[in-house]
Design a protein around this ligand. Structure first.
Ligand code: NDP
Length: 246
């Protein structure tokens, strides 16, 4: 029986590439969409047309009860989650001077509380079954900070603290916990940045002189989920074209 991979925010730029990669590796792929996302049926239909039979569940990852309900439904209808990819995330960029509590709370709850909310209902079951993979999608800006992103940088850095602590707790149970920190990836969100800004401000920061591809991040997720990565835990793997090395 194929393993079950749950990718939060699978209808976004990175998430879709991760879902496709995991499906190609024969995982049963489940994803989530936000309450109010009216495009999930069209997305599922388009994916089906392309040959991918994904499952999708409504879930507000920022909300503890919503996450618990979503996982309970997935376990009942599909089965226990073997690989959890905490990928859903948002930005609410503004300088700290302008940052209000709403922007702070939205980013902390969607990007960091979500990791607790989604991991909590699956982690014990992974440990009991003696196998599991938890993969947290952070950001280069959680490693180096970014102007206008005190909220996002704090949340993304917090994800890795979570990764390291939980990795210790479940290391003997066959469950690995890792962080991936992508740099600029050519998703729709990044491609919406005006070309002159990309050319003058963003690409010059990247030694490889290009944006990353969603498929490149998806390949790393697939590796971390694999048997070969069983000895790799508590790591934060940068994938940023050399933009930030540490
Ligand atoms: P997108 O904006 O394309 O996708 C984000 C996804 O998160 C969407 O599918 C969205 O679902 C989901 N989401 C947002 N809020 C919630 C919520 N409350 N509950 C459930 N789902 C939610 O972003 P990317 O694909 O570009 O980014 C994916 C991850 O990668 C994020 O964590 C981001 O921070 C990180 N990242 C991205 C980089 C990039 O260059 N693109 C670089 C570094 C990190 P819905 O549409 O249904 O709301």
């Amino acid at each position: 029986m194929s393993r079950i991979a749950l990718v939060t925010g699978g209808m976004g730029g990175l998430g879709e590439a991760i879902c496709i990669k995991m499906a190609a590796l024969d995982y049963t792929v489940v994803t989530t969409y936000s309450p109010g996302n009216t495009k999930h049926e069209a997305w599922l239909a388009a994916m089906k047309e392309a040959g991918y039979n994904f499952h999708a569940y409504e879930c507000d990852v920022a909300d503890y009860d919503s996450a618990a309900r979503c996982i309970a439904q997935i376990e009942k209808e599909i089965g226990p989650v073997d690989v959890l990819v905490n990928n859903a995330g948002i930005t609410r960029d503004m300088t700290f001077k302008k940052m209000d509590k709403i922007a702070w709370d939205a980013v902390m709850s969607t990007n960091l509380d979500s990791v607790f909310n989604m991991t909590k209902p699956v982690c014990d079951s992974m440990a009991e079954r003696g196998w599991g993979r938890i993969i947290n999608i952070s950001s280069v800006n959680g490693q180096k900070g970014a102007f206008g992103q005190t909220n996002y940088s704090a949340a993304k850095a917090g994800m890795h603290g979570f990764t390291k602590a939980l990795a210790l707790e479940v290391a003997r149970k066959g469950v690995t916990v890792n962080t991936i920190s992508p740099g600029y990836i050519g998703t729709k969100m990044v491609m919406a940045i005006p070309q002159e800004v990309l050319d003058s401000k963003i690409i010059p920061q990247i030694p490889m002189a290009r944006l990353g591809k969603p498929e490149e991040v998806a390949g790393l997720v697939a590796y971390l989920a694999s048997e070969e990565a069983a000895f790799l835990t508590g790591a934060n793997i940068a994938i940023n074209g050399g933009q930030h090395m540490y």
